[in-house]
Design a protein around this ligand. Structure first.
Ligand code: AMP
Ligand code: MG
Length: 524
């Protein structure tokens, strides 16, 4: 196995001098060296071939014992020095102090085809940041992370990636719903991959401790490696850096709203400084369109991280990052200007994204009211977001709106309760559809062209919550075929894939209230 190792984070930034992994406060350091735990009987369940070649490996490498060892934590690659990062964060709106990589261990960075990739094991044992937990991960959450991060990439959403999924052969005790029902589950390790795993919280921890010196080192490192064109070490550079992070964060969250992804735990330690979707925990996919929905049971009361609130929370988190960078910039105005710009950019880019979903190339004055009324109607009748938008492209400019419900035929599959489409609701849908058809008549694109562009932004296949759960249930029973099937399916989410239509259906009734499908906890 020949990886082009080019470590920078652990070479250029200050290390914790203590090499044991007792839980502790780690001051004045960006990371602590740790050795992954040796699993008792590791097995490779799945690999993303694309990521394999991205980091410069081939299928031949998979057959080597060394691959299994390195990516399960059993062996440390030569000339590498694995480490866990130190960061803090606001959890559910409250400063939580030091958090850090409690169950993630960075192996190394590699360079391939002029791209830098950091490789990180998730679930490979304790670190100084594990606090009272075990540093391990279970199979269910590892399958969810592995499948979803690759699916998100293919949807065009900025995200961390996943190279491999292994079971460790060890048992892990979890109280999945935090209700006193502990049980052993299969342990697993995912190797996730990204240019860098630095989070908002890495900056916050230094600011919270008044450690300007190390905050500056981290900011200069981040800028010089990941923000080409920005000058490190200057106040102007730090402002531009904050602006760039705000832009990337906005772009990411608008993609989430486009595809119906709910992150579930948007704490500041779970926001990547590169604007990548990171930390796939109790995330979920919107099925019936409900902006108030959160998959995370821990958030069931406040619903802070509900679908419709994600853009606000992104801004809230940027505000916290601004507070941290204030120590370097020492002036409030440029930071608040960036936050104001986030608001005004959102007000432009969010409607633009909605217009693309609706097939509007032009910009017309009625667009806003059409989008707004649609949002109301989608909630009024339980409507599947993915199926609705995907099938909306089947309307034609010259379609005639008839009496009864037949005008809804192209999108009828999206309704969970089609029998309830009567009376006022039906009339409101009819009015909306008349307005919609009038609107698309103004477009210069032909019906076929409009369908082509709509189908590029409205995915047909997403990792519905129940799909991941089916793969988990089978894997628990030792059958891993569905992991590969879903992985392949989700590589082409905008394609038609007629032989895969069984995955282009509403959430089945059995999954409506099932644990793992509509309810997830942070336990992983
Ligand atoms: P999360 O909100 O899941 O990203 O986790 C918040 C913090 O808890 C992070 O510092 C994690 O590394 C840590 N953490 C979560 N689960 C575990 C675990 N099983 N063992 C050790 N640390 C954990
Ligand atoms: Mg986290």
């Amino acid at each position: 196995m020949n990886l082009n190792i080019k470590d920078t984070f652990n070479k250029e930034l200050p290390a914790d001098l203590n090499r044991n992994n007792n839980p502790r406060q780690v001051e004045a350091a960006c990371f602590s060296y740790v050795t992954p735990r040796v699993p008792s009987d590791p097995k490779l369940l799945h690999v993303s071939k694309e990521m394999l070649s991205n980091i410069g490996l081939s299928s031949a490498d998979l057959k080597e014992k060394h691959f299994l060892k390195v990516f399960s934590g059993a062996a440390v690659l030569e000339n590498t020095d694995p480490y866990a990062m130190c960061y803090g964060g606001h959890q559910f709106g409250h400063w939580a102090g030091q958090l850090g990589d409690g169950r993630a261990i960075n192996l190394c960075e590699v360079e391939h085809k002029e791209k830098r990739w950091a490789l990180q094991l998730k679930g490979a044992g304790e670190t100084p940041y594990s606090r009272t937990a075990d540093g391990l991960a279970v199979l269910r959450s590892s399958i969810r992370e592995h499948l979803c991060s690759e699916a998100m990439f293919h949807l065009g959403v900025p995200t961390t990636r996943s190279l491999s999924l292994m079971i460790t052969g060890d048992e892990v005790l979890r109280d999945m719903l935090y209700n006193g029902n502990e049980a052993y589950e299969k342990g697993a390790v995912v190797c996730r991959v990204a240019p860098s795993f630095i989070r908002f919280g890495n900056f916050q921890i230094f600011a919270a401790r008044g450690d300007k010196d190390n905050l500056k080192k981290l900011a200069d490192y981040t800028i010089s490696h990941f923000f080409p064109g920005i000058e490190a070490g200057t106040k102007e550079g730090y402002i531009q850096f904050f602006q760039a992070v705000a832009n990337k964060t906005l772009e990411m969250v608008i993609h989430w709203q486009r595809v119906g992804f709910v992150h579930g735990v948007m704490n500041t330690d779970n926001l990547s400084i590169l604007g990548l979707t990171i930390d796939y925990g109790p995330y979920g996919w919107l099925e019936d369109y409900d902006p108030g929905w959160t998959p995370n049971t821990t958030d069931a009361q406040g619903k802070r991280y509900r679908f419709g609130n994600q853009p606000n929370i992104a801004l809230w988190n940027l505000f916290q990052l601004a507070n941290a960078l204030m120590l370097l910039i020492e002036e409030e105005y440029p930071l608040s200007a960036v936050l104001d710009k986030f608001r005004s950019d959102y007000a432009v880019h969010y409607p633009k994204m909605l217009r693309s979903k609706l097939g509007f190339e032009l910009r017309e004055k009625e667009d806003e009211s059409i989008a707004k009324e649609l949002e109301r109607l989608l909630q009024l009748s339980e409507t599947d977001m993915t199926i609705f938008y995907r099938n909306l492209s089947n309307y034609r400019k010259n379609d005639v709106i008839t009496e009864g419900t037949s005008f809804l035929n192209p999108i009828l599959d999206a309704f969970y309760k089609p029998d309830e489409l009567t009376g006022d609701i039906l009339n409101d849908w009819r009015t909306w559809m008349i307005n919609y058809l009038n609107r698309i008549q103004k477009e210069t694109q032909s019906d076929a062209e409009r369908k082509l562009s709509m189908d590029k932004v409205n995915p047909k296949y997403v990792l519905r919550n129940y799909m991941a759960q089916l793969a988990i249930d089978k894997a628990d029973a030792g059958d891993y075929a569905l992991i590969e099937e879903l992985h392949q399916l989700l590589k082409d989410p905008y394609g038609e894939q007629p032989e895969q239509e069984q995955w282009f259906v509403k959430r089945p009734e059995w999954a409506r209230h099932k644990v793992g499908c509509s309810m997830l906890s942070c336990s992983s």
